[in-house]
Design a protein around this ligand. Structure first.
Ligand code: ATP
Ligand code: LTN
Length: 352
């Protein structure tokens, strides 16, 4: 059994989240919307964090890029502060129970219910609906399996189960809750329905060039997105060139000043300064100084992460050993859950 789960007292809140290895770097939206919470939640939760490579093959992919990005993703998580001694960090495909539970859950998911998932609709619309794979369609069910495999065990207190994600994942979390409750209803109490843990202030970081659209690796232009592993020069330039309105006032106004509002959110989240204090600090100084200072705050946050990531990638054996250790811990929990699930749905045990 895992060191982390052995030491986590029954009733310790549990957290699980996943991220796809589909880019050579995470971006600022990923960091503020989700990953920063991963690091913070380790202090209070028994944490499971997963690089979801099975999800990454739901769209056409290059095997060599996937292999590289899986390691880059894990290295960045470690560099951001995910601590493999306190948390279980692992690669989804190292724990085959994810795919197995996804199959079981797909058999209690309605076709219409799955058809309502907006992420599928958006992504399949981009490729042309007939080019979309069945894997992309069932993606949210695999995500539900990722989560429910790590359902907390009953303890003295009501079990707490958090899933930190950005706002765009709310619908998938609702599906996960519905599937947990449906399974429990049909086959007996098994899963704890998880709660989405969505940071209000940074739920949606927008594109620097198109401040009403989400910052996104697949939809943003290179100028609209800040990568965690970006070199300082281009990073500074992008922030200085971020779209703002024609006024000069640094003021939070979602309707009329979407660009400045997004930058204020980023500044506030990274520096930990309330937005009204930033408005006061930059009253009368125009956008230039504000952007310059913001660029410095972003650089101060990401430069150490980039340096640590490079170091971790320089020793692949060590990195792979951390991930193997994580897979062992995660696998022990997943195996226990699957044993119960197989029994509840009526599969005959192998008797070993
Ligand atoms: P894509 O848009 O290409 O699907 P993405 O850039 O949204 O990808 P994901 O891998 O889907 O990135 O997201 C990883 C995590 O980061 C998720 O929890 C998601 O909610 C969060 N996230 C992604 N983009 C943003 C954003 N712009 N603001 C806040 N959170 C975000
Ligand atoms: N669908 C999520 C990634 C993801 C995930 C998960 C998030 C896969 N499995 C489990 C939380 C919990 C995304 O696109 N960000």
């Amino acid at each position: 059994m895992s060191q982390a789960t052995e030491t986590a007292a029954a009733g310790t809140p549990r957290v699980l989240s996943g991220i796809q290895p589909t880019a050579d770097s995470f971006h600022l939206g990923n960091y503020l919307g989700a990953l920063r919470q991963w690091v913070a939640l380790q202090d209070t939760h028994d944490a499971f964090y997963c690089v979801v490579d099975l999800h990454a093959i739901t769209v056409e992919h290059d095997p060599a890029a996937l292999r590289r990005r899986t390691r880059v993703s894990a290295a960045q998580l470690l560099a951001m502060g995910v601590d493999p001694e306190r948390s279980t960090l692992f690669v989804q495909s190292h724990v085959p129970e994810h795919a197995e539970l996804a199959w079981v859950l797909s058999c209690i998911t309605g076709f219409g219910e799955a058809s309502r998932m907006t992420q599928f609709k958006d992504k399949s619309a981009k490729q042309g609906a007939s080019a979309a794979s069945v894997g992309l369609f069932t993606y949210p069910i695999l995500q539900a399996a990722d989560i429910l495999l790590y359902t907390p065990e009953p303890g003295e207190n009501a079990p707490v189960f958090h899933v930190p994600v950005g706002e765009d994942q709310r619908q998938h979390l609702e599906l996960t809750r519905d599937l947990a409750q449906r399974f429990n209803h049909r086959f007996g109490d098994t899963f704890v329905a998880p709660d989405a843990f969505i940071p209000a202030a940074a739920a949606k970081i927008t594109d620097l060039q198109e401040p009403t659209a989400k910052m996104s690796k697949s939809a943003s232009s290179p100028q609209g997105i800040i990568d965690v592993l970006e070199e300082p020069g281009p990073m500074r330039k992008k922030i200085m060139r971020a779209v703002t309105d024609t006024g000069t006032e640094v003021r939070y106004d979602e309707q009329n000043k979407a660009g400045v509002t997004n930058l204020l959110r980023v500044f506030s989240a990274l520096e930990g300064t309330p937005i009204p204090d930033l408005e006061t600090r930059y009253a009368g100084s125009g956008y230039g100084q504000f952007k310059k200072d913001l660029a410095q705050v972003v650089l101060d946050t990401f430069t150490p992460v980039r340096e640590r990531t490079e170091k971790l990638l320089g020793d692949e054996r060590h990195l792979d050993a951390i991930l193997r250790h994580g897979a062992e811990r995660a696998g022990a929990v997943a195996a226990r859950t699957m044993e119960i699930v197989r029994d509840r749905v009526g599969f005959v045990g192998r008797g070993d």
